[in-house]
Unconditional design. Structure first.
Length: 366
């Protein structure tokens, strides 16, 4: 696994828009404030030509323009790290215009983004054997003040931190809008982790916990769940992953085979998928052989949170199909579209510690 150099003091941050750009509010103002924040920290800025574009369909510009921008800025010596402007819908369409052979030969560089950026963060690991950061996009750094998760992401880029922990509260409804583009996350709901351990079934991780969406169905045990996991982190947004599955860009099984001695810790979350679509995605990944050599599953709260269709909830949508692997399954973690999110180094070797509702992920460059 190739690990990039960290963002140096006074180093240059590059910004690209391979998915949506910051063409409309509240993203434009937030992105401009993020630039001021980074400049105040001593960093120079290198903006790609599509950062403020909005002429594309589901992305900032044409697939060709976006693919060329991302390749050029990744390989450019003019910036030290790259942060994506935002997520979107059709970043997959830029892949034919990406020069992955050129990226493999280039000096590795940190690329950070989430959601639609799975098309880069996941493929950097599986196609280029290069670590990436599944973390916040550029506009999020415009909030005032920064949430702890933004500081964590910046510290990962700087190399001053190699571990993250879960956050106490999550956001049920954002208050950010066109008139209030710099508002921080509106965190009001207590994080309550669910677990499914081999032979124990689905339960709350914290003894006596009251879960906002699961309390009526699932009970905590007599004591807090305690566990430790190790393995190589791989994953992203399921909406994008299942779209890549089976294509010419799908080298996932080969990646799992290469790192079988480490084992894979899959981190997964969902945006637009309802509980039925989540279950179909898990089924498809499972039967494509993606979960060979799995050591555990880290699952974020789905964006469509608390949904139940035909008796199926967000927990059984995944647990029913994954229990047979007999590895720990952790659910409702701070990952993905329901803010805040723990930034994770995709491709790194991770040590996960959990005690009750508390979780930490230490990521090693090996």
């Amino acid at each position: 696994m190739r690990y990039p150099k960290h963002l140096p003091e006074n180093g240059t941050i590059g910004f690209v828009a391979p998915s949506f750009g910051c063409a409309i509010e509240p993203y434009r103002t937030a992105f401009e404030n993020a630039q001021r924040r980074f400049a105040a920290l001593g960093h120079k800025l290198d903006l790609g030509p599509n950062c403020y574009e909005g002429r594309g369909i589901g992305i900032s510009n044409t697939p060709k323009a976006c693919g060329e921008e991302l390749t050029a800025y990744y390989c450019s010596p003019e910036n030290d790290v790259l942060i994506s402007c935002g997520g979107g819908e059709l970043m997959c369409e830029i892949l034919p215009y990406m020069e992955f052979d050129k990226i493999r030969q280039a000096e590795p560089k940190w690329y950070m983004g989430y959601s639609d950026n799975t098309n880069m963060t996941f493929l950097l690991a599986t196609l280029c054997d290069t670590a990436s950061i599944y973390g916040p996009c550029a506009a999020a750094f415009g909030m005032e003040p920064w949430h702890e998760s933004l500081q964590d992401a910046y510290d990962l880029l700087r190399g001053t931190k190699d571990a993250v922990c879960g956050y106490g509260l999550y956001e049920k409804e954002s208050q950010k809008d066109e008139e209030h583009p710099l508002l921080p996350y509106h965190v009001t709901e207590p994080r309550r982790t669910m677990v499914c351990l081999p032979g124990s079934g689905l339960q709350m991780a914290e003894a006596g916990a009251v879960h906002p969406t699961a309390a009526a169905k699932y009970q905590g045990g007599g004591e807090d769940v305690s566990l430790a996991l190790e393995g190589r982190l791989l994953g992203g947004c399921m909406d994008c992953l299942v779209n890549l599955l089976g294509t010419e860009y799908d080298h996932t099984k080969a990646f799992a085979e290469k790192y079988q001695r480490d084992g894979i810790l899959w981190f997964l979350e969902a945006c637009d998928l309802n509980v039925m679509a989540i279950r179909r995605a898990i089924w498809q990944m499972k039967h494509a052989g993606w979960f060979s050599h799995v050591k555990g599953f880290l699952l974020g709260r789905p964006y469509v949170h608390g949904q139940e269709l035909m008796g199926l909830d967000q927990y059984h949508a995944v647990v029913d199909l994954l229990e047979e692997y007999e590895v720990p399954i952790l659910l409702d973690l701070d990952l993905g579209h329901v803010a805040p999110m723990m930034p994770l180094v995709c491709g790194s070797y991770a040590r996960v510690q959990m005690k009750g509702n508390e979780i930490s992920v230490k990521m090693e460059q090996r």
